[in-house]
Design a protein around this ligand. Structure first.
Ligand SMILES: *Cc1c(COP(=O)(O)O)cnc(C)c1O
Length: 407
């Protein structure tokens, strides 16, 4: 690779490529890609067919189902493959709504869910359902007592995400599940961000979760494949209608290679969660304390109850999208909760929900760590970020560190 030097103040440094957007997606692990290749090449047969190149595919699907079940502490029969996290969320929510609408039409969710949950809920409101969007505290925590207080006679579903993708806050899923069970309401959780970071156990710790959504590309698997855990005995309507695949519950010829890759990916991601978290947390804490030395900067989300790899900052007097673009020029991939669309600044619904004023929310930067990162990446970001923030502040008409108006 060609080496480029960049200048940082008086320093010259080698430009690096630093991927710090693991919450958006992750790179596929070599072993995962390898496991998929036979199912893209020789075993192309339809898994529903009876000859051997199809049967091989069918068997591989069942192996992957067992790998997922094992990783979740669930039964293989409780795992259904889908086209990804968005489909799993849509299926859980609309499938519950349509199958239980005679019983009731009220759904409880939160104001910080991913759009894959929020928009199906908004769609259902248009279909005559009644949705409560619970607020969160300033750290992004949902209060189980508020979930209980929001229950109505006709509540059929509670959907609360396991951990937030923007600010990393981990929700009290067990307590909320308990509330759901005590009131005989189905409980769904979007667990996209937690695979490989939190040990799941659907039989014990998470016994009150009826539905849980997964997405392979968030844990070093391929894109366009996901799963819904549907607890044994839970009846919801189908989302896809057609062939009899997935025991008649999810129609469509299976994405065999994707399923095989996801099976391998979940096995690898859940093999040593503790050790993996330790490595990530070490890097994160160094990055955190380094970034907090930048003046007028704060950490968003909960200080402890947060995903190991997630950091979300707000820098005053900085516009997030400009920061993201300048970091990109320095080879750093990040994310922001602010988008400048047609001249007006839009801030994320999550940052609004935790009560950040627009001028603070607009200067947000999400750095999410994962397998792609090393200690050198942290050093590099700590070299580049303060100077980049400084440059942007110097361009801001509102930033005035001295007494006289500076440029
Ligand atoms: C990524 C993500 C989704 C969407 O999953 P896809 O597989 O990309 O459709 C939904 N919810 C959360 C919390 C996510 O992080």
């Amino acid at each position: 690779m060609r080496k480029t030097l960049i200048s940082l103040g008086v320093l010259m440094r080698e430009k690096r490529f630093v991927y710090m957007d693991h919450a958006a997606t992750t790179s596929i692990k070599p072993d995962v890609a390898e496991s998929m290749i036979p199912f893209l090449k020789e075993y192309f047969g339809n898994p529903s067919s009876l000859y051997s190149i199809g049967r091989e595919g069918k068997e591989a699907i069942e192996t992957a189902r067992e790998q997922l079940a094992k990783a979740l502490g669930a039964k293989p029969d409780e795992i259904y493959f889908t086209s990804g996290g968005t489909e799993s969320d849509n299926w859980a929510i609309k499938g519950t709504a349509f199958s239980r609408q005679k019983k009731g039409k009220h759904i409880i969710t939160t104001s910080i869910e991913h759009h894959a949950v929020l928009y199906p809920c908004e769609y259902l409101e248009g279909q005559g359902f009644d949705v409560t969007y619970l607020p969160v505290d300033r750290y992004g925590l949902v209060d189980p007592a508020e979930v209980e207080a929001a229950l109505k006679e006709d509540t059929i579903l509670i959907s609360v995400m396991y951990a937030n993708n923007e600010i990393g806050t981990i929700e009290p899923i067990q307590e909320i599940g308990k509330v759901a069970k005590e009131h005989d309401v189905l409980f769904h959780t979007d667990a996209m961000q937690v695979i490989g970071a939190v040990q799941l156990d659907m039989k014990q710790k998470h016994k009150d979760v009826d539905m849980l959504s997964l997405s392979s590309h968030k844990f070093y698997g391929p894109k366009g494949i996901g799963a819904l855990f549907l607890k044994e005995g839970t009846q919801i309507d189908n989302f896809m209608h057609g062939g009899g695949q997935e025991r008649g519950k999810r129609a469509g010829t299976e994405n065999v290679a994707g399923i095989v890759g996801m099976g391998k990916a979940i096995e690898l991601a859940t093999a040593n969660i503790e050790e993996h978290n330790e490595i990530i947390i070490k890097m994160r804490d160094r990055l955190l304390s380094g970034v907090l030395e930048i003046p007028n900067c704060r950490l968003n989300g909960h200080p402890e109850k947060r995903l190991p790899g997630n950091l979300n900052f707000s820098f005053e007097f900085v516009e997030g999208e400009s920061l993201l673009l300048m970091l990109d020029q320095m080879g750093i991939c990040s994310s922001t909760g602010s988008a400048c669309s047609s001249g007006s600044l839009e801030t994320s619904h999550v940052l609004r929900a935790i009560g950040l004023p627009p001028e603070i929310a607009q200067g947000s930067l999400r750095l999410t760590l994962g397998d792609a990162n090393s200690k050198e990446d942290i050093d590099y970001v700590l070299d580049v970020l303060p100077e980049t923030v400084g440059k942007l502040r110097n361009m801001s008409p509102f930033y005035n560190p001295g007494s006289v108006c500076e440029k």
